[in-house]
Design a protein around this ligand. Structure first.
Ligand code: 5AD
Ligand code: SF4
Length: 442
């Protein structure tokens, strides 16, 4: 039995793709392993959203080759594979096959080809019409939490972003297929599902939506109500696109407790000029309207975001607007990135005129401001009781259990592994930088 090791970089869509690749390979008779050193086949699932993420692939392959006398079969999948295609064979020594983002269903064919004919196989083809989007129970990253893709690709073409080139146009799964998957996951004992996609709220199925019986102002809010009606315990969704974040999404959350109280809504900048140059299709005033609606909910909805600093042409005044925006929104957390020019994107043609040290200064300042907002804002959880899904024994202490709250905070608490898979009431006793600590109260 050939052993396969899969290494995954990047977003949840990549994690989900890797889980499906693992499911396919297990079904075809391969053995999945966590030990890279003894694997016969190594598959690297890549990310190209920022330059650093791409660099990881180059160092990773070098490292694999160095440590071994017999070279394993090395395959590259994910966004770098799709964008670079055959050129990877010349760029990196040791690559045997390249599998594009929609060709992952043919992973076994790629491996068989290399075994029979030697290295040099590329497949950047389209998905099979009957592509199976489900993940087998054994290959999920958690027995209790599952990712359910609802839309793939992106039509937005923000000027800095490589994703539309790597992931193609938006394609939504049918409502009935999504509901079928959620019901099956519920039957298997999964407690929490994440509806995932580059822009989940741009969800727009072509035919056979399966959502006819559900009200809603958009397909996405109808889907949320339909998924809530399956009775699965917790539903989270990410990532949301501000322009398409219809207020009805918040209404659906207000109506259904199993739609969890967390929204990830990347803002990218607080300056209208920068937002326009980024082609984000929303103004900051429009974004604040979304935030106000979320904050006006009867539930305490946690808000998280992504912000880029140092985009071409970003002045000090633009950056100040971003700081003000962060102060207004009071995010529970924010992923802050320095702008990284990606070849092939429209912004790559713009003058990358913010000097590296200014990018770093802005990054540090925004990080400091956000940390202080966050520390203050998270105090609201102190002495509150949160519902936490007990997911695993904590990596730091055998006596602690780690899980997530409905508002998607990491919560650690004293407990034994017999409660794994249960949703427990935890009273928060300590606010830490990136997590909460508490004690079980039921
Ligand atoms: N440079 C820096 N950050 C980027 N992101 C996407 N493209 C770039 C880039 N070229 C960030 C955005 C996005 C997140 C997933 O990655 O903030 O929301
Ligand atoms: Fe990239 Fe913009 Fe699409 Fe998000 S919405 S994946 S940032 S192009």
């Amino acid at each position: 039995m050939k052993k396969v090791y899969i290494e995954t970089f990047g977003c949840q869509m990549n994690v989900s793709d890797s889980e499906r690749v693992a499911s396919t390979l297990a079904e075809k008779g391969y053995k999945l392993t966590d030990n890279e050193k003894t694997a016969d086949i190594i598959v690297i699932n890549t990310c190209s959203v920022r330059e650093k993420a791409e660099q990881k692939l180059y160092t990773q392959i070098g490292r694999i080759r160095k440590g071994r006398s017999e070279k394993p079969v090395i395959g590259v999948m994910g966004c770098v594979a799709q964008l670079e295609g055959e050129t990877l064979f010349n760029k990196i020594n040791g690559v045997d096959f390249v599998l594009g983002t929609r060709a992952v269903g043919r992973i076994h064919t790629a491996i068989e080809k290399v075994m029979a004919e030697g290295s040099g196989h590329t497949d950047l083809g389209e998905r099979e019409p009957d592509y199976d989007w489900s993940v087998s129970d054994a290959q999920r990253h958690s027995p209790y939490v599952a990712f359910v893709p609802i839309i793939e690709g992106c039509n937005k073409f923000c000027t800095y972003c490589i994703v539309p080139f790597a992931r193609g146009r938006e394609v939504s799964l049918s409502g009935s297929e999504i509901i079928r998957q959620v019901l099956e996951l519920r039957r298997q004992g999964v407690k929490e599902i994440h509806l995932i996609g580059q822009n989940v709220n741009s969800y727009k199925p072509k035919t056979d939506s399966g959502l006819e019986d559900f009200k809603g102002s958009t397909y996405f809010s109808r889907l949320l109500r339909a998924v809530a009606a399956t009775g699965i315990e917790r539903i989270k969704f990410t990532t949301s696109f501000p322009r398409d974040f219809h207020p009805d999404i918040v209404d659906a959350m207000d109506e259904n407790e199993n739609l969890c109280n967390w929204v990830h809504l990347p803002v990218q900048s607080g300056s209208n000029k920068v937002l326009k140059d980024m082609r984000r299709l929303h103004t900051i005033e429009r974004y604040f309207e979304r935030i106000d609606k979320i904050k006006a909910s009867g539930r305490d909805i946690a808000l998280t975001t992504d912000i880029i600093v140092g985009f071409p042409g970003e002045t000090d005044k633009d950056f100040r607007d971003t700081v003000k925006m962060a102060e207004y929104c009071e995010f529970d957390s924010a992923y802050i990135f320095k702008y990284s020019p990606r070849p092939g994107t429209p912004a790559y043609e713009m003058d990358d005129d913010v000097p590296a040290e200014v990018k770093t200064e802005r990054f540090r300042e925004l990080e400091r401001v956000q940390k202080s907002i966050q520390t203050r804002h998270l105090q609201r959880y102190l002495n509150k009781t949160l519902k936490v899904l007990a997911e695993k024994v904590s990596a730091k202490s055998d006596e602690d259990i780690s899980g997530h709250s409905t508002c998607h905070k990491v919560v650690n608490f004293r407990g034994s592994n017999v409660i794994l898979g249960n949703i427990v009431d935890v009273r928060i006793t300590e606010i830490k930088a990136n997590s909460l600590y508490g004690e079980v109260c039921s």
